[in-house]
Design a protein around this ligand. Structure first.
Ligand SMILES: [Fe+2]
Length: 590
């Protein structure tokens, strides 16, 4: 079966399941060079249909991961308005906002929204937004209404780890937990997956959204909500625990109660979570910024691990899978995998909304009695042949500014350059889907020297001074550097680990400078042979089994996917050497 997944909102993305196999997933941000681009992913859909020679006739279904908010037109402008507070997305539906306020006050939010959710599923067929999307898909690509399926936002999150990790092959039941800001009126869903069947066990309504609190604190601290939460997480490690805990106990702890395996917001207000910023502004007045970061991080670590614990106890399932933007928080994931009650956990790599294009497609596939296949890698973007690279170079007269040299053993050359202290870009193989570089669109540097951080920051990234870099580590050397229990997969930079003494020394520029945790991309030979070879060559030269890896982009721009943005990045930064396929590209001195 061939299914096209299209996510149309925050970080819009298109994905293709071809003959039941996850083949490609590309976010629109990579075409338009706007991070987390929100709107219809027109370029991404066009690209996939052209590259894979597909049309409405050979696609079985188009799966869209939302009921309520599928928007026809690009919504970047709308998003900006939301950010500036000109419009509030929840006020779009006066009924829902009012219902949220009333139900929050009387303490029956979750039952109310569960009722609404099942009513909606059973009775409301197509809303006006959905009709607009159907018309658009028909007009642009010729898809018929019968081919188009809408999937609940959180079911799509649920099916991201199911499909990506081939969980239908697991013998034991798996408890799947999703949490995010909100989507289709829910901030989370909990369910059991066993023998290829999913059963919904519980929901978290959007008025009880922990991720929204985190986003509100991000905004309170002067950063972009829904984008800079990782910066708050990075900052949270800095204050002394005693000070941070004071802020947590006084200002955050009572915001949320976890009871009977449910999350409930407890603060006394008529307003639902969407308005939590107003509450926090009063509460956090004159609290130190780093203690505030600590407080909100402690809040989600304490409350979500408690939520997970209660669900494990209630349903007696110790193998877990997670989806939804809250689990982009690698420190939260670290705490979950360290829980003694947890047996195994699958954190969906880059588990934000972009992956819902994949989740919705897998869901529709299973609804039609078939299981998907996935290579369990995030390399789902465009790959360039040497001929394509040469052609692009010639067509754009790049020889005026750059040298393109074909080399016999690029993996050896890159390792040698990094060993000589150079910062080297890598643009090879298929581009990564999601937020994290896993080596194919990467900037590489010596992980053992703190100067690497300064040089990268000066030359390319201008990263916030407190933010750590990350590392790629050979699978066979992971034990040397990380303290881990083997409960989660370390390949995707989606969870953090404490480091060994060797890790603190040899990877010092690629771990958190305060708490010395690492968020590695462990490189398995079968996942990425060429990249594995680079680190292996580097190990031969230095005895270090890892390399500093940061995403190939300029600060504030998305991780690049295409060759055009490679030259945009090189043109607008001091990055002057990049491995591109079998070539080394160098800037000509002026
Ligand atoms: Fe979401």
């Amino acid at each position: 079966m061939n299914i096209l997944g299209i996510h149309t909102e925050h970080n819009a993305t298109a994905a293709l399941i071809l003959n039941n196999k996850l083949e490609v997933a590309i976010s629109e941000e990579k075409f338009v060079n706007i991070k987390n681009y929100s709107g219809f992913p027109l370029n991404a859909v066009n690209h996939i249909m052209k590259e894979y020679n597909i049309s409405a006739d050979n696609i079985d279904f188009v799966a869209l991961p939302c009921y309520l908010n599928s928007t026809e037109l690009p919504t970047q402008e709308r998003l900006e308005k939301i950010r500036k507070g000109v419009i509030n997305p929840l006020l779009g539906s006066y009924f829902l906002a009012t219902a949220g306020i009333i139900s929050s006050y009387f303490g029956f939010t979750t039952p109310f929204f569960e009722g609404f959710y099942s009513f909606y599923q059973n009775n409301v067929k197509k809303g006006p937004n959905q009709k607009a999307v159907i018309n658009l898909l028909n007009r642009l690509f010729g898809f018929r209404e019968s081919q188009i399926v809408f999937v609940h936002h959180h079911l799509a999150h649920t099916y991201t780890p199911i499909g990506f990790f081939n969980l239908h092959k697991q013998k034991e039941p798996i408890l799947i937990i999703t949490q995010d800001g909100y989507g289709d009126l829910l901030a989370g869903m909990t369910g059991r997956y066993e023998n290829g069947k999913y059963e919904l066990l519980g929901t978290t309504s959007f008025v009880d959204s922990t991720a929204w609190i985190y986003a509100a604190v991000t905004k309170y601290l002067g950063m972009k909500e829904n984008e800079h939460e990782h910066k708050v997480m990075g900052l949270a490690a800095y204050p002394p625990k005693e000070y941070g805990m004071k802020t947590y106990e006084k200002k955050f702890k009572d915001l949320i109660e976890v009871k009977n395996a449910k999350i409930n917001l407890k603060y006394k207000t008529f307003l639902p979570t969407a308005y939590v910023l107003f509450v926090l502004r009063d509460r956090l007045y004159r609290e130190r910024f780093d203690n505030v970061a600590f407080g909100v991080q402690q809040l989600i670590e304490e409350k979500i691990t408690e939520f997970v614990r209660q669900n494990i106890e209630k349903y007696k399932i110790r193998n877990l899978a997670f989806g939804g933007g809250l689990f982009m928080n690698v420190k939260l994931n670290k705490k979950i995998q360290e829980m003694p009650e947890v047996n195994k956990c699958y954190f969906m790599p880059s588990c934000g909304d972009e992956m819902n294009a994949i989740g919705a497609a897998f869901y529709v596939l299973e609804q039609h009695g078939e299981f998907g296949k996935s290579d369990e890698t995030m390399y789902l973007g465009k790959e360039y042949t040497d001929e394509e690279i040469e052609k692009y170079f010639a067509e754009n007269n790049l020889d005026k500014r750059y040298e393109l040299t074909k080399v016999k053993n690029p993996e050896k050359e890159v390792a040698e350059m990094v060993n000589e202290g150079k910062i080297v870009g890598r643009f090879c193989g298929k581009g990564e889907v999601g937020a994290r570089s896993l080596g194919n669109r990467a900037i590489l540097a010596d992980p053992s020297k703190l100067e690497s951080v300064e040089v990268i920051n000066y030359a390319i990234k201008s990263r916030d001074f407190w933010m750590p870099f990350a590392c790629s580590v050979l699978e066979e050397r992971f034990d040397d550097y990380a303290i881990h229990n083997g409960k989660s997969l370390p390949y995707y930079m989606i969870t953090a680990y404490d480091t060994t003494e060797k890790g603190k020394k040899e990877l010092k520029a690629a771990i958190h400078r305060k708490d010395y945790t690492m968020r590695p991309n462990v490189v398995k030979k079968e996942h990425n042979e060429a990249y594995h070879k680079i680190i292996k060559n580097y190990e031969k030269l230095t005895d270090i089994g890892g390399i500093l890896n940061t995403s190939l982009n300029i600060h504030g721009y998305p991780l690049i996917g295409f060759i055009k943005e490679l030259f945009f990045t090189m043109d607008n930064s001091h990055l002057d050497t990049v491995q591109c396929g079998d070539f080394i590209i160098t800037k000509k001195s002026k």
